[in-house]
Every structure is written in C-alpha cells, then in structure tokens.
Write a protein that binds this ligand. Structure first.
Ligand code: ADP
Ligand code: ASP
Ligand code: MG
Length: 416
C-alpha cells in the first residue's frame, strides 16, 4: 500500500462524463489498496471564462477579488468528483485550499505555497476515504483566498504530495507524457520516457505548459517522483501498465549514457520587449530601471544593455505579455523622468524559442547550428540568452511556429 497523489487537468475534468471516468480511474487505484489524494483543476475553459467576466467590467481588476472568483472553478471540480466517487460506492471527501489548509504568501494571482497542514488529510486517508483537494488555490495569513498562477494545479499536486510524503505524484493530462516539443504544434514530436529534472525545469520555465514551473521546483526540492501521463485512456487500463506509462521526471543523469545534444524545444508565444533608450550609462542605472519593475511584481526575463555612445546607452528587456501594459506604465511614471531617458518603446508581438538539453554541456556548436537553421528560414533574432543547458532566442511572433518546426527537424528530434 502506498500513498499516491493524482492530479487531473482541465480537459481531464472537462465534462461530467470525463469526471465519471476520473472517478473510475481513481477508484481502480484505491481498490488496489493505495491511499489516494486527488488534486483536480477547474473544468476546461472555466478559469478563462471567470477571469473574462472580470475583464468585461474593468481592464485592471483588483487581484484579491480576481482570486476570490478564479478559485471557484476548482471548488466546483472537487465537489463534482467527490459526488462521482460516492456514486460508485467510494467514500470521498472534498476540501477547498483554506480548509486543508494550504497556506500561501500574499502575492494574489501568483501566490507561493508556504506550508500545508496534513492532519485532516491523513485522518481521512486512515479512515479509508479518498481525499480531494482543490488545485490552484490557497489561503494567506489574513485568511484571504489566493491563487497560484495559471496552470497552478500542478504545483498544488506536487506540493501536497511532498507534504504528505507520498510515494509518487501522477499528473494526468490530455497528452500521454512530455514530448520533445508541444505535439499539438509539431506532429513529429516524440514522447520522452524520462526527462531529467533540470531539463524539465528549463522546459517549463521556457514555456512548455505541460507542467507549471513551480511544480517542477517542488518535485526537485523534495525529490518527489513525478510522472506525466494520459487521463484519456480507458480508465480501467490495468494499473501495472498505467503505473509505468507516460514520462517520469528523473533526478539522476545517467553518466554512462550518450546524451542526445538537445532533448526538447520550448516556446513561449506571449512575450513582450521593452527598450528604454538614451539612458545615461552610469552605475546604478540597471537598478533604477528594473527596481521599480520588480517592485510592481513583474518578472523580467531577457536583458541586454547596448554599448554606450557618448555616455548614453539603450536598455532592453522582456516581460510576460500580460504584464506589458503595467510595465510600460511603471516606466513612464516612475523611471523615465528620474533617469532622464530619451524615450521608451515596446513590442508586444514577440515570442521566445529555446532549445534545451543537458547534453549541450558536452557538445559544442549547438548555438551555431541553431542560428544557422533560423537564418536559413529568414528569421531575424532580436535577443539571445543562454545557460549551460539551454539557448533561447527572441523573434517576431509570426515566425514562432516555423522556428519550432525547423529546429525540431534540424536537431533530429523526431528520431530516438
Ligand atoms: P492540464 O489541463 O492537464 O493541466 P495543460 O494544457 O496545462 O493540461 O498541459 C498539457 C498541454 O501541454 C498539452 O495538451 C500540450 O499541448 C502542451 N505541451 C506543451 N509543450 C509540451 C511538451 N513538450 N510535451 C507535452 N505537452 C506539451
Ligand atoms: N484552473 C487553473 C488554470 O486554468 C489552474 C490549472 O488548470 O492548473 O490556470
Ligand atoms: Mg496545466
């Protein structure tokens, strides 16, 4: 007998029919003698629908109130799943984040989990119940509902698994594992049976939304075995087969194995680029520009500062597209006049494409192969950033899909 956490995403919970299938699958694992905690997302489209309602009222809704409404989608899901399990004769109980409690910081709409109380859950599990906990939401010190950022149910699931010291966290989703790139964009994409934790972290942070990045961080910090697998197979698929399916995140690099140079290609459509130009080139200027942006809780990603000419330089950086307007406002109100910059321009139609692989460490020429491939397609590179195991480029969004397909082919990712 083991304690196992199952997470089901929006598509997997997308209709009452699908929820009944989830219940059958969960019951199968419980019947095999395991203790099961389930963390479901809202039904697909629901979070978008709810957030859309707020946007119909105002462009900049209060984040605290956004969380109040956004968290309701998951609350419907847990209740429906408990009902579906009870309907097939299982004892099940659902909890909202605050009931558990899953405590977070105050960063509304992108809160971080601080602690999870396991008392109630353990008591129910020991009484033979299946416990269902809302994904995506928590509660802060003041007792206000918070949410963990889009795709946050993955993080709830892995964090719950870590807190309960579960044997494994199974992320059931609408694809049957982690692929070399999004299989919806590149049909030749290949499923990986394992992916190293480091690679998964890079892929997630660079836009592969199959797992939210913080879920991968939790998996790494707590060495929680985490597997991505399909929820769309027959729910009565034999458990032994299901348990080995999908993609396992591994924590060891097999040093004997010849690593492929590149493991996968990640992309993020929704980037925005901002240039502050005519900036005096003196100590402290990067801080004066980026400090207020960070204070506004906006994440900055790629950064370049140009060579200065006659004591003036240009400073360019990227932010998530949904923070673009806010970042431009911060710069106009709190930065431009203070540093005597000549102007600020932005482009919210840029995307980032990245090649990722731990094998890059021992292979040279990856960057030149990547740049040649893009140049052969006539794609202009606007910014570049690298780490030991990834190379990212910023390009015009209209070339993003072309770039991903060309790179997938150029690095031979369709072949094992
Ligand atoms: P869920 O609702 O289950 O959380 P998501 O839509 O958040 O599902 O994540 C699954 C989706 O991630 C897939 O449908 C796929 O389109 C996308 N995806 C992006 N990159 C990859 C990748 N490298 N491997 C698998 N899926 C990927
Ligand atoms: N329902 C939330 C979202 O759509 C959380 C999740 O699905 O993981 O972002
Ligand atoms: Mg998701």
């Amino acid at each position: 007998m083991a304690l196992i956490v199952h997470k089901y995403g929006g598509t997997s919970m997308g209709s009452t029919e699908r929820i009944k299938n989830v219940a059958k699958r969960v019951a199968k694992w419980h019947d095999a003698g395991h203790q099961i905690v389930v963390v479901p997302s809202a039904m697909s489209g629901e979070t978008n629908r709810i957030l859309g309602l707020a946007k119909e009222i105002t462009d900049q809704p209060d984040p605290r109130e956004l969380d109040v409404i956004a968290a309701t989608g998951e609350q419907v899901s847990v209740g429906l799943l408990a009902i579906a399990l009870q309907a097939i004769g299982k004892q099940a109980v659902s909890y909202a984040g605050w009931q558990v409690a899953i405590k977070t910081d105050d960063a509304h709409t992108k809160a971080r989990i601080a602690s999870i109380d396991d008392v109630k859950v353990k008591r129910d599990l020991d009484a033979g119940k299946i416990v269902i906990i809302t994904g995506f939401q928590g509660v802060n010190e003041q007792g206000d509902i918070t949410t963990l950022g889009r795709g946050g149910s993955d993080t709830s699931a892995v964090a719950v698994a870590a807190a309960l010291k579960a044997q494994e966290c199974l992320i059931f989703t609408d694809v049957d594992g982690v692929y070399t790139t999004d299989p919806r964009l590149v049909t030749e994409a290949r499923r990986l049976s394992t992916v190293t934790f480091e690679e998964m972290l890079e892929m997630a942070s660079l836009g592969s939304k199959v797992l939210q990045i913080r879920s991968v961080e939790f998996a790494g910090n707590y060495k929680m075995p985490t597997r991505v697998l399909s929820s769309l197979t027959d729910p009565l698929l034999p458990l032994e087969i299901e348990a080995k399916s999908g993609t396992l995140i591994s924590f060891e690099e097999d040093s004997n194995m010849e690593q492929a140079t590149i493991t996968g290609i990640a992309f993020n459509r929704d980037e925005a680029k901002i240039t502050v130009f005519g900036v005096p080139d003196r100590p402290g200027i990067a801080y004066q520009i980026l400090g207020p942006v960070a204070d506004a809780n906006i994440e900055v990603d790629m950064i370049i500062q140009n060579q200065s000419v006659e004591g003036k330089t240009d400073f360019t950086f990227t932010v998530p597209r949904n923070e673009y307007t806010k970042a431009m406002q911060v710069l106009a109100n709190d930065v431009q006049a203070q540093i005597h910059a000549t102007g600020i321009i932005g482009d919210a139609k840029v995307s980032k494409v990245s090649v990722v692989g731990v094998g890059m460490r021992s292979h040279v020429g990856v960057a030149s192969h990547m740049f040649r491939t893009l140049s052969e397609e006539g794609i202009n590179i606007q910014m570049i950033s690298t780490s030991e195991i990834k190379i990212s480029v910023l390009i015009d969004e209209k070339y993003m899909e072309l770039a991903v397909r060309a790179l997938h082919k150029a690095f031979g990712l369709e072949n094992p």
